[in-house]
Design a protein around this ligand. Structure first.
Ligand code: PLP
Length: 469
């Protein structure tokens, strides 16, 4: 049994445990509310009389609890004037979201995973939405197909076939909330089918490992070398599913060698296994023809995954899967049950953007811009940090900067960058054991707004030449 207070003072649900004394229960509930931020500093509490009435406690109990919390520094009681939540709560654990908000963002972020958000095609998006809404039937705002809107799936299928060589049947396209969501759907379906392990490139996006673990799958780390993921070793895995980023391995930037592509497909065919293809930045390739999707080699064995996170914005939470036929029903059932979908309006807008060619125009414009940035970054590195080796430079939004032995370490570099309000990202967190074969930092050149890019580069150049001097 708990008691709730919802009727007076701040609008706060305060649950009192039935265990222990009444004043201890009230103290605990108030402490918890202050610690987790539901009662913010400066909030005025109700009078002891009102609170006692609301909670069915004696006034003395509330007075006692307030006095205790004031003594501990949680509350600030001004005689006759009232009681407030104190400015600084002793030992209070800042809630994670508050801590994130408080951490001042760096002046220059070289995040590798984020595009230039200031270049989001707002006008095109708005007009696509307006266009899409015109003549939209009311039923489009109902619950809809768990795979996503049929017209969007059709547009995606034709775009992916054209731009990425995917063998895409609109019936097998599933609109999801970003690649990570698509991976989570696949991982859960695999687990439900009895899979126990999932091979995953090592290094990779750390959150993808979490997705697999969350689905109950053990990870089988797949080493990556200069020819990409060691798909020739997949036979050694006891599992029958593997996640690969063939077009541009993250974060090393290696393209999967044709022999390794063939080995992956042969392994999947021989074992009846599944390859999850992470084609997160397939459109952003600079120096040569895009590397086509692996899925085209074995559409029955590869689940292809793409995302709008790099080409448009991660905040849209828009991605897509093209799945082998046998996975369609289990994914649709899971989807219907979990009820996590992309808003119909976002789907309408993306569909129109694809239909009008606006999406591809935007991708072309951004590809040219990022290529220019990449070239300027490479020129800067050659001039000011020739001892460092940039790798994985031919695509995407970032590159890997390998640091030679005997020079500054990545932690030193990142810490010094932080002091100068420059955000750089370590390579080691992408490895399961935190130990890359060579130390390095991942540098994204997409995230900075266009107007800040030159200044960011200059600051990075100064940092590198100071540290390498
Ligand atoms: C390797 C890789 N795959 C996929 C994604 C896309 O993630 P999402 O579509 O979930 O935003 C990212 C984003 O950072 C990534 O780095």
């Amino acid at each position: 049994m708990t008691q709730d207070w919802t009727t007076s003072g701040p609008d706060l649900h305060l649950a009192l445990s039935a265990a222990g004394t009444r004043h201890a229960a009230l103290e605990d509930a108030l402490r918890a509310a202050i610690r987790d931020g539901r009662l913010a500093a400066g909030t005025r509490l109700p009078s002891t009389r009102a609170l006692a009435g609301d909670l069915g406690l004696s006034r003395g109990t509330v007075v006692e609890a307030f006095a205790q919390l004031a003594a501990e520094g949680y509350l600030d009681a001004r005689h006759g004037a009232g009681t407030w939540v104190a400015g600084i709560s002793p030992g209070a654990v800042a809630p994670v979201h508050a801590a994130r908000q408080l951490a001042r963002p760096a002046r220059f972020s070289f995040s590798p995973g984020i595009p230039d958000l200031t270049s989001f095609p707002q006008a095109a998006w708005i007009s696509a939405l307006r266009q899409g809404l015109r003549g939209l039937s009311a039923s489009a705002l109902g619950y809809g197909d768990p795979r996503g809107r049929a017209d969007l799936r059709e547009q995606l299928a034709s775009y992916l076939a054209r731009a990425r060589g995917v063998r895409a049947d609109p019936e097998l396209v599933i609109v999801c909330a970003g690649f990570r969501h698509g991976l989570s759907l696949l991982a859960r379906v695999l687990r439900a089918e009895g899979a126990r392990t999932l091979a995953m490139e090592d290094p990779c996006v750390p959150q993808h490992r979490e997705v697999a673990a969350e689905a109950g799958l053990a990870l089988w780390p797949l080493a990556v070398d200069g020819r990409g993921a060691r798909t020739d070793l997949l036979d050694e895995s006891s599992g029958r599913a593997a996640v690969l980023s063939p077009a541009h391995q993250f974060p090393t930037g290696v393209v999967l060698h044709p022999e390794r592509r063939a080995a992956a497909v042969a392994w999947a065919a021989a074992t009846g296994g599944l390859i999850v293809e992470d084609d997160y930045d397939g459109e952003l390739r600079y120096d040569r023809q895009p590397v086509g999707a692996l899925q085209a080699l074995a559409p029955d064995r590869v689940a292809y995954g793409g995302t709008a996170s790099k080409t448009l914005a991660p905040g849209l939470r828009l991605g897509w899967l093209v799945v082998p036929p046998r996975l369609l029903d289990p994914i649709v059932s899971l989807r219907a049950a979990e009820d996590v979908h992309v808003s119909a309006l976002e789907q309408v807008a993306l569909c129109q953007l694809l239909l009008s060619g606006g999406y591809e125009r935007h991708v072309r414009r951004m590809r040219a811009r990022y290529r220019g940035r990449r070239d300027r970054l490479l020129a800067l590195l050659a001039a000011r940090a020739p001892a460092l080796t940039p790798v994985g430079i031919s695509a995407g939004l970032g590159l890997l900067l390998e640091l030679p032995d005997g020079g500054p370490t990545s932690s030193h570099l990142i810490a010094e960058a932080g002091r100068r309000s420059i955000e750089l990202f370590p390579l080691d967190t992408h490895y399961r054991d935190g130990r890359p074969p060579r130390d390095g930092v991942v540098i994204g050149y997409g995230a900075l707004p266009e107007h800040d890019f030159e200044a960011g580069l200059a600051a990075l150049g100064d940092l590198l030449s100071d540290l390498l001097a």
